[in-house]
Design a protein around this ligand. Structure first.
Ligand code: BDP
Length: 682
């Protein structure tokens, strides 16, 4: 089985590091599986990067070494305990310190716990690959977010819902894949960027996956958990709320029914017998035809708390998704607004959830569109744990055929000020738990990997996975820093390559936005698979996703004054900003307002002319992406060069289709031509 190492390439670095003796001498002060992974990774990295096969010893024998230990180690304590940052490390934190004795350099890779040691190793190897000076290191790192998770939408038949990179690496033909090698390498990739939790199955739990919590499959789940555990990653499962009926032989799944409670209690006990550090459950309930507490006239808090009680004794948590809305709405009724649903359902329940329940909220109020405002639910529940859900898999952003680097989008979301506790209440402070002192909080994202040889379909989509992990670890990193790291690790340090690939990535989201749905209106995709343009595909359907374009204008009026009233869900500063056409940012204009085609944007252009301009420009920009890549021929290995080029060719062709469909549609609706007379198929 051949597949790419992604950013863990460990390419040879020649003639850069002079003082090599420390690399041949690794002192290991610990023995757990996580420690073992750390030592293995460091040895592998050093031998591949420097061509040195290090010797692993248990105590310091000579000067010039790399020491791996935790803060409890006497040698470590003695040396560093006077440092303030050393005493302030959180439980996954670490430090990297260079020290010279008699001209001999030694490096200490020290974690608060074993996990920190592993993270320190990955960080150190990153520095070596990027040819950073290692003589004077004094690095302290603490993850800002507690839960840093990946959600897999993998099904046991081996398919992946919204997967664009092959089949599942966990399941095949309703069984677990026996060979764990690929899962181990996946765990290495995740751990190297600090991911510490994985949900291995789809939130839509079908009949087969419902059985994952039974004896039939728990020993298989436990094997996967063993692999992940050695990399500091906890395993979670998505569950079917109707399990007590479907596999428990009960007649109800009512959370207030004592036989149901008992059933979950013993189910959870059984899970922990197999997996002592099992993370908990991810639950999609009462959403898109999934069962849930509503059937029994119970609310989400009652539904979640019942599971939380069963998990509590073992330290497990319930991650309850807020993606709840009416997917059978009457499209003729313009007053119903799907964007309002999550807030309407959950906000009134603030304070009613157990402290081991976390609400997982999608970044926007709709569904992972190329442009959406931030969900108003963030910050609106001071007494309820909240976490973020991003989508790495590019369901609505080009399905890994188009280049669409999402780090800049996620940065905007995390930096958005909710004003929940006045100025400075950014989303990142809600989800890192600091704004309201949440017990559990963090970030999750839907995976973009599958069994394709390059993991992500589009080679450059690896950057979305890498960047997600880095951002979950530290949301204060800039998109540029993250991008630079990824490019260096993935393609090396040729300045032309670094420059071109970084720019391609950083520009790509806006380029994709340019030739697809305009000004925050969203959708306009083919129903079902969601790829390619179809302006009215969802317009007369029950899913609640409309643009309301007619011959006079376009957009969704979500104002309080004349529309659905959605703007009122934000704290006053943002509510006012979105309510008024003058202060609403152009890029979200059609999300919040219904305007005539002749409405002038802040740029001075009319809406219709803006649509034409961006769609013509978007295609030109897609072509430029391809040109930039072509300049790198010969500087990137042929295989990856061709793979990416192939995708960029597809992108250009499909961008043209987007341009022509959107432009023609709006020309026909509005009857207003392009002022530059470019070709629109009339
Ligand atoms: C939508 C996807 C659907 C997911 C759903 C969810 O189209 O496949 O099941 O979100 O997040 O974006 O539950």
């Amino acid at each position: 089985e051949q597949y790419e190492p992604c950013w863990l390439r460990y390419e040879k670095v020649e003639g850069y590091y002079q003082n090599l003796s420390l690399f041949s001498n690794i002192v290991v002060k610990g023995a757990s599986p996580v420690f073992h992974s750390a030592v293995e990774e460091l040895s592998r990295g050093i031998s591949s990067i420097l061509g040195i096969q290090p010797k692993v010893v248990k105590s310091v024998e000579k000067s010039g070494f790399i020491l791996l230990g935790t803060i409890d180690d006497e040698e470590v304590k003695h040396r560093f305990s006077s440092l303030r940052e050393f005493r302030q490390m959180n439980k996954e934190g670490y430090t990297i310190q260079s020290i010279s004795f008699n001209g001999e350099l030694s490096i200490y890779l020290v974690g608060k716990t074993d996990k920190g040691v592993l993270y320190a190793v990955f960080h150190f190897l990153r520095l070596l690959q990027m040819k950073k000076d290692i003589d004077h290191l004094s690095i302290f790192e603490n993850p800002k977010n507690q839960l840093r998770m990946i959600n897999h939408w993998d099904n046991m038949d081996g398919s992946i819902e919204r997967g664009y990179a092959g089949r599942s690496i966990f399941f095949k033909d309703y069984q677990f894949i026996k060979n764990g090698n690929r899962i181990k390498d996946y765990a290495r990739l995740l751990s190297s960027v600090g991911i510490n939790g994985v949900v291995i199955n789809n939130v839509n739990v079908h009949e087969a996956e419902t059985k994952l919590i039974t004896e039939e499959f728990l020993s298989d789940v436990a094997k996967i958990a063993d692999i992940f555990r050695a990399y500091g990653i906890q395993t979670f499962l998505s569950i079917n709320y109707a399990s007590p009926i479907q596999i428990g032989g009960l007649s109800t799944a009512d959370p207030l029914d004592s036989s149901v409670q008992q059933w979950w209690k013993s189910t959870v006990e059984r899970i922990y017998q197999h997996i002592p550090d099992f993370g908990g459950f991810l639950v999609k309930a009462d959403s898109e035809f999934r069962p849930g507490p509503f059937t029994y006239n119970r609310n989400h808090a009652e539904g979640a708390n019942m599971l939380a009680k069963a998990l509590q004794p073992f330290g497990g948590i319930v991650i309850w998704r807020c993606f709840v809305y009416n997917c059978q709405q009457d499209w003729r009724d313009r007053s119903t607004d799907r964007a309002k649903a999550a807030y309407d359902h959950f906000k009134p329940l603030d304070g009613q959830f157990h402290n081991n329940v976390v609400l997982q909220i999608k970044n926007g109020p709709m569904d992972f569109q190329v442009r959406e405002p931030v969900s108003p639910l963030f910050g609106a529940m001071p007494k309820t744990n909240q976490m973020m859900e991003f989508q790495i898999t590019q369901e609505y952003t080009g399905q890994q055929k188009h280049l669409c680097y999402l780090i800049p989008q996620w940065k905007e979301v995390l930096e958005f000020d909710t004003y929940a506790k006045g100025k400075g209440s950014q989303v990142k402070k809600v989800v890192d738990g600091s704004l309201y002192d949440y017990q559990y909080s963090g970030i999750a994202a839907v995976s973009n990997i599958g069994d394709d040889p390059n993991w992500t379909g589009h080679t450059l989509a690896q950057a979305n996975l890498y960047g997600y992990g880095r951002l979950a670890w530290n949301p204060d990193l800039s998109a540029e820093e993250i991008t630079n790291e990824w490019v260096l690790l993935t393609f090396g340090d040729d300045p032309e390559v670094v420059e071109q690939v970084s720019q391609m990535l950083l520009d790509s989201w806006r380029i994709y936005e340019n030739y697809t749905a305009p000004l925050g209106v969203g959708w306009m995709v083919n129903p079902g698979h969601h790829y390619g343009p179809n302006v009215d595909g969802y317009e007369y359907s029950p899913w609640g996703t409309y643009h309301y374009a007619d011959r006079y204008g376009i957009g969704v009026d979500r104002t309080v004054r004349t529309g659905t009233g959605f703007t009122a869900q934000y704290f006053p500063e943002n509510a006012e900003m979105y309510e008024s056409i003058e202060s609403c940012p152009d890029e979200l204009l059609l999300f919040f307002h219904h305007v005539p085609y002749t409405h002038r944007l802040k740029s001075g252009e009319t809406v219709i002319q803006h649509i034409y301009n961006t769609h013509f420009e978007g295609v030109e920009q897609a072509k430029q992406l391809r040109e930039r890549w072509k300049r790198l021929k010969g500087k990137i290995d042929e295989k990856r060069y061709r793979d990416v080029l192939e995708r960029l060719n597809i992108q250009v062709e499909h961008a043209k289709e987007w341009r022509d469909v959107i432009n023609t549609y709006f020309y026909r609706k509005s009857g207003i031509g392009d002022k530059y007379n470019r070709t629109i198929y009339k």
